[in-house]
Design a protein around this ligand. Structure first.
Ligand code: 4AD
Ligand code: MG
Length: 477
C-alpha cells in the first residue's frame, strides 16, 4: 500500500477500506479524535481511535507535535466539520513530542514568538499556508516566463561589482579578519584575497542579466540577493529573493506592460490554484480586523484586494505629475507630510508613496521618468537631459514592489554618467562592451519576491514570508 496524503484523502469522495498515512498530531481530544496534519493542505484529517482497544501507554504518547503512522479505513464522517474521517486500525508512534516542552501549543501564538521558533512555525496553519503560497508563487514565476519565451539565467552570487552603486554590500573574503595582509601603505591588501580583488555578495543580477538579454533576447533571473542596508523595517531583508527579467529591443513602455501583466498573472495563478490557503488567510485577517476600531479597518478583504489588482489597470504617472499632486495634498485634513517636498528632484519618502497609492489613486501606481540624480547610473537618460527612463511600481500596503528601467545603451552617455559618479570603467569593461558591440534598446525590472508574497498572503512583516529571515543583528538558525 502506498502512503496517502491528507490533501488526497480529504478530496476523495469514495470511502476506502484501506488507507495509510503519516503526519503530525495537531490535537488529541477525548482520548478519541486525532486531528492529523501532514503539511499537504491547511486542513487536518480526523482520525478516530478506539481507546478501549488501544494500549494506555500509546494513548499517552499521542500528543501535539508527535509524528505518527496510521493505517485504517476512510469512512464518511459521523460528526460535523468534515466529510470523511479515518477509523484507526493500527497506530504507531514514530516520534514523541513532550507536551511540557513543545513550543507550538494548540493555541494562538504571537508572530514574534513564532519568529523565535522559525524552525517549527510551519507547523502552524498560518505559516504552512504562507509557505505553500510562497512555493506556488515561485512556480508561477517560472511558468509565466517559460510560457512567454524567456530563458532562466543563473546570475552569480559572488561578484566584483556594485550593480546599484549604493555601496550596501556584504564583503566576501577569506583573509584573516584579525590579521589581514597589508600593503606598503598600510591598507588591507586584497590582491592576497581569494579572488585577488575585493568581492561581495550580489545586490542584483541585473548587469549580468543584461549580457544575456543581449544574446538570448528574453531572460530572467530569480535568486537570492543581499543588501547590507541597516534598515530594520517590516519591508527590508538583508537576504531576499529577486526576480529580474531583462529584454532586448524593449523600451520603458514595454517594460511597464510586462511588469503589469506578470504581476496579474502570478496573483491570478494562486487565486486559482491555492484557494484553500488564501481562504484561510483571509478569514484570519478578517478576525484580526474585527479587533481594530472601525476607522482603521481595511475596506477590502484579502481576496477582494487580489481580484482588484487583477481586474484593474495600474495607474501610470510621471514623477513630475506625482510631485505636483503631492505638493497640493496633505495626508488628511489635520496632518501634513512629515517630509515636505519643496523642490523638483527630491526623492519620494514612503509616506508619499503610500499617499499616492492608498489615498489618491487607490490602486497600484507605476511612477516613471524620475530625476536622473536620484536613480542608478545605468538608466537611460531622457531627451530633456534631466530625467531617466525609470519606473517604480507601488502597491497598497507594500510600497515599492518593483524597480526597473530602460537601460542606457549609448556608450558615450554611459561613460559620462559613470565618470560623474566615480565608477571605474575598468571594473565594468565587460558591461561597456555590450554598448560597443551590437548595442540596442533594452529594459528590465527587479521585483522583490518577499514583497509579492506579502501582498498575496496579507502578511504585514517581511520576516514572516521567508523561511529564515536575515535582518540586522539577526541570523539565528
Ligand atoms: O529597486 P531595486 O534596488 O532595483 C534593482 O536592484 C534593479 N537592479 C532591478 C532591475 O532593474 N533589474 O530593487 C528591486 C526590488 C525593489 O523594488 C523591492 O521590491 C526589492 O527589490 N527590494 C527589497 N526587498 C526586500 N528587502 C530589501 N532590502 C530590498 N531592497 C529591494
Ligand atoms: Mg528601488
Amino acid at each position: 500500500m502506498t502512503l496517502h496524503t491528507v490533501s488526497e484523502l480529504l478530496s476523495n469522495n469514495n470511502i476506502l477500506p484501506e488507507v495509510e498515512i503519516k503526519g503530525w498530531v495537531r490535537t488529541f481530544r477525548a482520548n478519541r479524535f486525532i486531528a492529523l496534519n501532514d503539511g499537504s493542505t491547511i486542513n487536518n484529517i480526523q482520525c478516530v481511535v478506539d481507546f478501549e482497544k488501544t494500549d494506555e501507554t500509546i494513548l499517552k504518547r499521542i500528543t501535539t507535535g508527535a509524528a505518527i503512522h496510521i493505517k485504517g479505513e476512510l469512512v464518511e464522517s459521523q460528526g460535523k466539520g468534515q466529510k470523511v474521517e479515518i477509523i484507526v486500525k493500527s497506530l504507531v508512534i514514530l516520534g514523541d513530542s513532550d507536551p511540557e516542552t513543545y513550543p507550538i501549543q494548540p493555541k494562538k501564538h504571537s508572530f514574534e514568538f513564532l519568529r523565535e521558533n522559525a524552525h517549527l512555525r510551519t507547523r502552524t496553519n498560518t505559516f504552512s499556508a504562507v509557505m505553500r503560497l510562497r512555493s506556488a508563487l515561485s512556480f508561477a514565476v517560472h511558468k509565466y516566463f517559460n510560457d512567454h519565451g524567456f530563458f532562466y539565467m543563473h546570475a552569480p552570487i559572488i561578484t566584483g561589482s556594485d550593480a546599484e552603486g549604493a555601496g550596501e554590500m556584504f564583503r566576501v573574503s577569506n583573509l584573516d579578519a584579525k590579521n589581514p595582509p597589508l600593503t606598503e601603505q598600510g591598507a588591507v591588501d586584497y590582491s592576497k584575497d581569494f579572488f585577488g580583488k575585493e568581492t561581495n555578495l550580489t545586490v542584483s543580477g541585473q548587469l549580468e542579466a543584461e549580457t544575456y538579454a543581449m544574446s538570448l533576447g528574453k531572460v530572467y533571473t530569480f535568486g537570492p540577493t543581499f543588501r547590507a542596508e541597516n534598515s530594520n523595517t517590516s519591508r527590508h531583508l538583508a537576504e531576499f529573493w529577486m526576480i529580474e527579467p531583462e529584454v532586448a529591443f524593449m523600451d520603458l513602455a514595454g517594460n511597464m506592460d510586462l511588469a503589469e501583466d506578470f504581476l496579474k498573472y502570478v496573483l491570478k495563478y494562486v487565486l486559482t490554484h491555492n484557494r484553500e490557503d488564501l481562504d484561510f488567510l483571509e478569514s484570519r485577517l478578517l478576525d484580526e480586523e474585527k479587533t481594530k476600531p472601525q476607522a482603521e479597518r481595511s475596506e477590502m478583504s484579502l481576496i477582494e484586494k487580489l481580484d482588484f489588482v487583477i481586474d484593474n489597470n495600474f495607474k501610470r504617472v510621471s514623477y513630475t505629475e506625482a510631485i505636483d499632486i503631492l505638493r497640493n495634498s496633505t495626508p488628511n485634513k489635520k496632518k501634513k507630510f512629515k517630509y515636505i517636498i519643496n523642490e523638483w528632484g527630491t526623492d519620494l519618502q514612503s509616506e508619499h508613496e503610500r499617499f499616492l497609492v492608498e489615498k489618491h489613486f487607490k490602486c497600484p501606481v507605476i511612477l516613471f521618468d524620475y530625476p536622473a540624480n536620484i536613480k542608478a547610473f545605468y538608466m537611460r537618460l531622457n531627451e530633456d537631459g534631466k530625467t531617466v527612463r525609470a519606473m517604480d511600481i507601488l502597491f497598497p500596503g507594500i510600497g515599492e514592489m518593483v524597480g526597473g528601467s530602460q537601460r542606457e545603451e549609448r556608450l558615450e552617455v554611459l561613460k559620462e554618467k559613470m565618470a560623474a559618479l566615480d565608477i571605474d570603467e575598468n571594473e565594468l569593461w565587460w558591461y561597456l562592451d555590450l554598448r560597443k558591440y551590437g548595442t540596442a534598446v533594452h529594459s528590465g525590472f527587479g521585483l522583490g519576491f518577499e514583497r509579492l508574497v506579502m501582498f498575496a498572503t496579507g502578511m504585514t512583516n517581511i520576516r514572516d514570508v521567508i523561511p529564515f529571515p536575515r535582518t540586522p543583528q539577526n541570523a539565528e538558525f
